[in-house]
Design a protein around this ligand. Sequence first.
Ligand code: KMH
Ligand code: ZN
Length: 313
Amino acid sequence: MSPAKDRPVIITCAVTGSIHTPTMSPHLPITPEEIAEQAIAAAQAGAAILHLHARDPETGFPSADPALFQEIVRRIRERSDAVLNISTGGSSRMSLDERLAAPRLIKPEMCSLNMGSMNFGLFPMAERHDGWKHAWEPEFLEATRSVIFKNSFEDIETILDDLGTGNGARFELECYDVGHLQTVAFYRRKGLLKAPLFVQFVLGVLGGIDAAPEQLLHLKATADRLLGSDYQFSVLAAGRQQIPLGTMGVILGGNVRVGLEDNLTIARGRLASSNAEQVEKMRRIIEELGHRVATPDEARALLALKGSSRVDA
Ligand code: KMH
Ligand code: ZN
């Protein structure tokens, strides 16, 4: 087997997010204990990086409460050395200060960094369900008709400065459209982003690029042109293209993100029973393609992370 074939592929697992709501799946983890348990199982199944959000334990509403994040992080760190990646996106209803409260405190090895403001339409999902568990769910989804997911240049610079320069975090650069790659390249030229960059190609969000193979090729060609050899990429396809486009990403030389934040199913019309089930499926595909999954320490080396001993909390 050639060295290029036997390459470690980084699986990121995004465990709960702030997109799906409790009525949509009984398997969506809500409490810190549920989020940590599913995160640990995902890491045991092969995820090197865990992308984390928190939810109100009673209602499942997306939460920015640092105490909830601290409990999640404490529980995971007791039993796993996976790389912890704390969201700075939170949800589009939170202010930037709310979004940054937990990562400022925890000082994780990685944070997400959303590379532009955009529409982020969740409202079509409101039509697919009724008999909601919580009154906030349909209202939250409908509100995305008018709410902007705000990530201005100033917001991006605040995150780069506070969490990158200040706390030594490196970033999962969430690019929802080709234009976001120009912003990555701009901050790379300015020296605020340093190689190796970890670019997450996000396809299939309503308001961003659609989840089609041609679009993934376009994203990669654009990143190759703008970023040269300074970057590694990962593929996050929302919804049922998660595994097919993730597979294409691996074939193209990239990494992959799975998890219930981005997709609730394991096959067409069948809910995933856990995050780990999606990780296991992706791992099987990676190994069938002749690669192997990266360990957390391999991911740390590939992405030049600061190491778990320099995380607070
Ligand atoms: N929800 C994903 C589409 C973040 O947390 O900062 C992107 C995301 C954003 O994970
Ligand atoms: Zn997220």
